[in-house]
Design a protein around this ligand. Sequence first.
Ligand SMILES: NC(=O)c1ccc[n+]([C@@H]2O[C@H](COP(=O)([O-])OP(=O)(O)OC[C@H]3O[C@@H](n4cnc5c(N)ncnc54)[C@H](OP(=O)(O)O)[C@@H]3O)[C@@H](O)[C@H]2O)c1
Length: 341
Amino acid sequence: MTASPKRVVLAARPHGEPKTSDFRLEDYAMPVPGEGEVLLRTIWLSLDPYMRGRMNDAASYSEPVPVDGVMEGGTVCEVLASNNPGVAKGDIVLAHSGWQTHAVVDGKLVRKVDTGLGPISTAVGILGMPGMTAYTGLLDIGQPKEGETVVVAAASGAVGSAVGQIAMIKGARAVGIAGGKDKCDYVKNELGFAECIDHRDPDFAAKLKAACPDGIDVYFENVGGEVFEAVFPLLNFFARIPVCGLIASYSDTADSTPKWAGKLMRTVLTKRLLIRGFIVRDFANRRGDFLRDMSQWVKEGKVKYKEFVTEGLDSAPEAFMGLLKGKNFGKQLVRIGADKV
Ligand SMILES: NC(=O)c1ccc[n+]([C@@H]2O[C@H](COP(=O)([O-])OP(=O)(O)OC[C@H]3O[C@@H](n4cnc5c(N)ncnc54)[C@H](OP(=O)(O)O)[C@@H]3O)[C@@H](O)[C@H]2O)c1
């Protein structure tokens, strides 16, 4: 007999950092696909920082997860049954079916994974949403040029590691920022960034300045907070800042404006800085270019990636809370089921 399906729901809205009691693991009846729908078995669940925002009941670019609702998330799944002519039983698909072992979704909302491009987990990693975020944010907004300095934080992570490597492919000098010696060693020695500075180092700001003797031309913003404060004075004239994420403040509770916000905007004006926020789906029309280039770079070894895997759906809440504190070392994934059953 197969075990009953399991899912993780939002038990309560967190105040500040999420805690274990904000999540609940529960059983549910195996769903049955209706007309046009497919039944999915989850193989990989992607954990991503944006999920913290979905736990709040606040206006954002997407709807919040309702209390008692299934936690949202990108998945790689096997199709167990299909009532949709475009999807076949046995297909491996990319879905947004959330933190659960099985789901029924509209067949129009899944996308077949090209299993020839790499391991299927990469469909939610380097060849998926995080990789495409790095590709579009850096190339379309950052526009790095030969010899320029590109700085990115969370540099060993899913997005940041790709940003620095793409910058190097474009002839720029990549400087990473990461938490701790192991991550910095990986970024510098294995990924080939020119430098990587530990943001927890008491001399972080001075070391970042020394690592960027010609200033910063592109700052790919992943974290905000104190990291941005150290980057800010080093920005060159006409620097570009793709604002991708602000993970340092995702669990903030006070709605305060930083004291130096006025100075920031004055510098935007005088140094003619380009700061542009973006959500990866803004660049949906670049998906073909992204998959072509990134899969080629990965094959050629020009872009390396690291996965950080925890086992089983019940590990997801702990793994997610760890992601927000930098406990992950690489793209955070949860293995939900075997590739084949
Ligand atoms: N705009 C979009 O469409 C889009 C799409 C995907 C991701 N994002 C954003 O991109 C960023 C990176 O996401 P990811 O999926 O690649 O995650 P990730 O880098 O794999 O993991 C998150 C990392 O953030 C770092 N971090 C956490 N708190 C920090 C703090 N206070 N100061 C400095 N670093 C901190 C940690 O790395 P260290 O240990 O190295 O500090 C942690 O490992 C996030 O802000 C995310 O929200 C945006």
